[in-house]
Ligand binder design. Sequence first.
Ligand SMILES: [Zn+2]
Length: 412
Amino acid sequence: MKLVLTADSLIDGTGAKPVKNGALVINNGRITRVTTVDKLERDSGKGVQTIHVKGGTIMPGFVEAHSHMHCSAEEEAYEHTMNDTDQVLLMRAVKAQREALLSGVTTTRDLGSKNNIAFPVKKAIEDGVIPGPRLLVVGTPITTTGGHCHMFGTEADTAEDVVAALRHQVKLGADYIKMMSTGGGFTPRTNVRRAQYPAETLAAAVKDAERMGVRVAAHCHGTEGVKNCVKAGIHNLIHSTWVSANPDEIYDYDPRTADEMAKKGLWVDPTLAFDFIWQDKGIPVKQTDKTVLRSDPDRRYEILKDMWDRGVKFVTGIDSGMAHVGFGDFAYTPQVMVEKAGFPVMDTLVSSTKTTADCLGVLDETGTLEPGKAADAIIVNGDPLKNIRVLHKVDTVVARGKVVKQGGKALV
Ligand SMILES: [Zn+2]
C-alpha cells in the first residue's frame, strides 16, 4: 500500500531547512522518500493514495514524553484516581490514547499509571485493538512510603528496595523507569520542596537500570531533588522546577547544576505549559498554602531559557491527566517554549520530535522524516515557523503508516 503526502512545506525534524512543496512517500508503513512535488510524477499511478493539504506543512508526528493515561484531566483528577474502579480507569486510558493520537501525537510515554491499566493498554495498541500512539510505559512510579503518587502502587524506601522495585517493573514490561525524587502537588502530605531519596539511592537505580538496558526518569520539584538527580546521572529530569527548600521563597535556581546537566547530556522535561494551559482555559490558580507548589511563570521561563542557553536538552512533556491538562493539549508545549520562554522556533520543533524520540530511545524508529523510519507524520494547517499556534490545527495524522485523521476528521 502506497501513500503520498504533499503540502506547501515539509519540515523533517532534523533541524534542516524546510522543503518547499514537499512530498513524503510511504510504502507499507515505512517512509521511502522525502522529496518535492515536482520530482514526484513518476511515482504516481494506480493504487496510490495521495493526501494534499493546501497551505499545509508536513512534519514528523509529535513525540510526547509525559502522560498519565488513567487520570481524568478534570478538576477532580486526584479524587478520580483515588476512587474510580479499575474498569473506569481503563476506559479513561483508552479514551486518552485516542485523543492524544488525533492531536498529532504519534509517540507517547506514560510516566506513571497503575500496572493493571498501563501494560494492557500498551498491548491493546500494539495489537491494533484500540487506536493510539506508539506507547512507552514506566508501569508504576517508584516512590517512598506515602510519597508522591504512592496510590499508583509501588513504594520503596531503601536503595535495595528501589532496585528490587525497578527490576519488577522491567519484568512486567516497563520501557523506562520513573522515580519520584521529591514530593508533588498531586499528592497531599508530600513535600515538594524536599528530596524523597538521597543521591546514592537514585544512583543505585540508574546503575541497575542501565544494566538492564532501560533509562530512568525522575520527578523533581525542589532544588534539593534536582541536584540529587543530576549527581546520580538520572537520564531524564521531570519538571526540574528549582523550588527552594525555604517556604518563603519560590525558586533557588542553581546555574552550575544546569551546566552539569548539559555536560552529562541529561534530558529535561520541564512540563512548562502547565500554568499557561490553566490561564488559557480560564482556570484560576490557587496559590495560598505555602506547602503547596507556588509558581511565578515569568521567572520560571527566564530560568528555563538560561538552562537552554547553557545547552540543556529539553524534551516535550505535558503531564496530561493532571487537572485541566488534556491528552489533546500537546501543542501548548511548543507554543509556550516559543512564545513565553523564547526558544528558537525550529529548535522547538526539533525538541518536539527528534530530541524527545532520542530521550525515549526510539529515534531509530521515529522522530524525524527520513527513509527507513516508521511513517509517523502529520500535516498542520499553516506554517509553524511563521506561527507556532498552527500546531493546534492538525489536519492529517499518519501513525505507523495508517491514516487516522484527514481533513481535520477522525477516522478511528
Ligand atoms: Zn506527571
